[in-house]
Write a protein that binds this ligand. Structure first.
Ligand code: IPM
Ligand code: MG
Length: 359
């Protein structure tokens, strides 16, 4: 296969982790006989510095001409002044919206070798294997009006949580289809006891659920879901949530796996196109030190191979290589518990790439 992949390294540790995923994709290419052509473009803070725009038109154009996009991370203290006219995160929201990436898939799986890295007890996390399906182009992230609305009582600001029936339905269909490939259970998350948009969400979720009678379905309020994720995470299979609730629950769920550094994600449009990115941020505190964990980005590349390129054997090879490297005791500092071999970002990438080649 001949495929075009756009790399958006972004800020902080983004460039470091994307470089390792590129290395692993190149290894997959040479092992399995595919040609991956890489383009690079600016996004986030680095794009603000160089062009004044967190998502230059040229970046969007390059992404549109490619089969898939791999993003590192955007943001950092340099650009986080709340008064700043433009912010790196606006670039991320814009690319999601412009490319129609409405479904964000965030699998959470426990690597046996990492059970000790989690702050939760081993018997609680042992059977965790869940996927968060987060709505990504609607909800309170995009609802209008949004912004300051200063009035007679002083400074004020407003955000709007807005969902249409169509937006909820297409997200729920994605969740049910994923559930059919797995343990056939969907948990829909909302706050229907308080929010009107959540009552619509729940109604539509039930309508869609009726089309999948073979899949078990439940609603859970978001606050209760936050609790159950810690108390009985092994019970969840597919968790479908709106943009804000999915954002919060996926950070929480990442801690089941021991480190944010392990969680990949795919942001999908209708069709095969996807943007793949680790769920962690730009981690400015450790940027440039060569110690960031590249595995979430490498696992995001594996999701790309499986989902956009229909290359399940290649995706399996990358995931098996990650398993093997961890089982052999190699750890980036975020995962090191005691007695394991500490490695840096590049060495971790080399180990995975080499394992793919030698398998
Ligand atoms: C995520 C991040 C982003 C989000 C930020 C960086 C805008 O937290 O991808 O989860 O809130 O969607
Ligand atoms: Mg987040």
């Amino acid at each position: 296969m001949d495929a075009k992949i756009t790399l958006l390294p972004g800020d902080g540790i983004g460039p470091e982790v994307v470089a390792e995923a590129e290395k692993v994709l190149a290894a997959v290419g040479s092992k399995f006989g595919h040609t991956f052509e890489f383009a690079r473009a600016l996004a986030g803070g680095i794009a603000i510095d160089q062009t004044g725009n967190p998502l230059p038109d040229e970046t969007l154009a390059v992404c549109r001409q490619s089969d898939a996009v791999l993003l590192g991370a955007v943001g950092g203290p340099k650009w986080s002044d709340p008064k700043a006219p433009v912010r790196p995160e606006q670039g991320l929201l814009k690319i999601r919206k412009e490319l129609g990436l409405f479904a964000n898939i965030r699998p959470v799986k426990i690597y046996p070798a990492l059970a000790e890295a989690s702050t939760l007890k081993r018997d609680v996390i042992e059977n965790v294997d869940l996927v968060i399906v987060r709505e990504l182009t609607g909800g309170i992230y995009f609802g209008q009006p949004q912004g300051p609305v200063d009035g007679p009582n002083g400074r004020a600001a407003i955000d709007t949580m807005h969902y249409t029936e169509a937006e909820v339905a297409r997200l729920m269909h994605v969740a049910f289809k994923i559930a059919r490939q797995r343990r056939k259970k969907v948990t829909s998350v909302d706050k229907a006891n308080v929010l009107a948009s959540s009552r619509l969400w729940r109604e539509v979720a039930h309508q869609v659920a009726a089309e999948y009678p073979d899949v078990e379905f439940e609603d859970v309020l978001v606050d209760a879901c936050a609790m159950h994720l810690i108390r009985r995470p092994g019970d969840f299979d597919v968790v479908a949530a709106g943009n804000l609730f999915g954002d919060i629950l996926s950070d929480e769920a990442s801690m089941l796996a021991g480190s944010m550094g392990m969680l990949p994600s795919a942001s999908l449009a209708e069709g095969k196109f996807g943007l793949y990115e680790p769920i962690h941020g730009s981690a400015p505190d450790i940027a440039g030190q060569g110690i960031a964990n590249p595995l979430a980005t490498i696992l995001s590349a594996a999701m790309m191979l499986r989902t956009t390129f229909d290359l399940p054997a290649e995706a399996d090879a990358v995931e098996a290589a990650v398993d093997s490297v961890l089982a052999r005791g190699y750890r980036t500092p975020d995962l090191a518990w005691s007695g394991e071999t500490k490695v840096g970002t590049e060495e971790m990438g080399d180990l995975v790439a080499q394992t793919v080649i030698e398998a």
